[in-house]
Design a protein around this ligand. Structure first.
Ligand code: ZN
Ligand code: ZN
Length: 149
């Protein structure tokens, strides 16, 4: 995340906490910052491994709770998960993913041309289900898996 965007995201997080009456602890803020810096859609365990280096004495349970809280506030998202563990995504604007079948890497994909060519299904197909958003996963093999690294 770009430094300017980082500031915006932190401010948004702070005002959401204020609105909901949640205290903005240094721990919570630091965990959020560390997630914003990642582009690899980490699992909760990977976030914890990262956080414990930067926030001494933090417990796994705390990290898990903060992750739930961040998802609940909508400042991060749960990403599509090719494996069994939930993955977290700091990018909240509309985007898609390239999913490597082999190493389970998730790569962000923004493609305006793709978005403008998509025709959402009509009410007949969705049985009156109200669609709010969509995100596409393209499955395949990433560059490093292809080159056998
Ligand atoms: Zn791969
Ligand atoms: Zn993503």
């Amino acid at each position: 995340v770009h430094p300017v965007e980082m500031q915006d995201r932190l401010q948004q997080f702070q005002s959401l906490c204020r609105q909901r009456g949640l205290s903005l602890t240094v721990q919570r803020q630091r965990i959020f910052e560390l997630i914003l810096e990642r582009r690899d859609h980490p699992t909760a365990d990977q976030v914890y491994e990262d956080v414990k280096v930067h926030v001494p004495g933090v417990s796994r349970t705390t990290v898990y709770r903060v992750l739930d809280m961040l998802v609940d506030l909508g400042v991060i998202l749960k990403a599509p998960s090719p494996g069994s563990s939930t993955r977290y995504d700091p990018m909240t604007r509309h985007h898609h993913h390239l999913v490597c079948r082999r190493c389970e890497t998730l790569i962000d994909l923004e493609d305006a041309a793709l978005d403008s060519s998509i025709q959402l299904p009509g009410a007949e197909q969705t049985q009156a289900f109200q669609i709010e958003s969509y995100s596409i996963h393209f499955y395949g093999i990433c560059e490093s898996c292809r080159s056998g690294v």
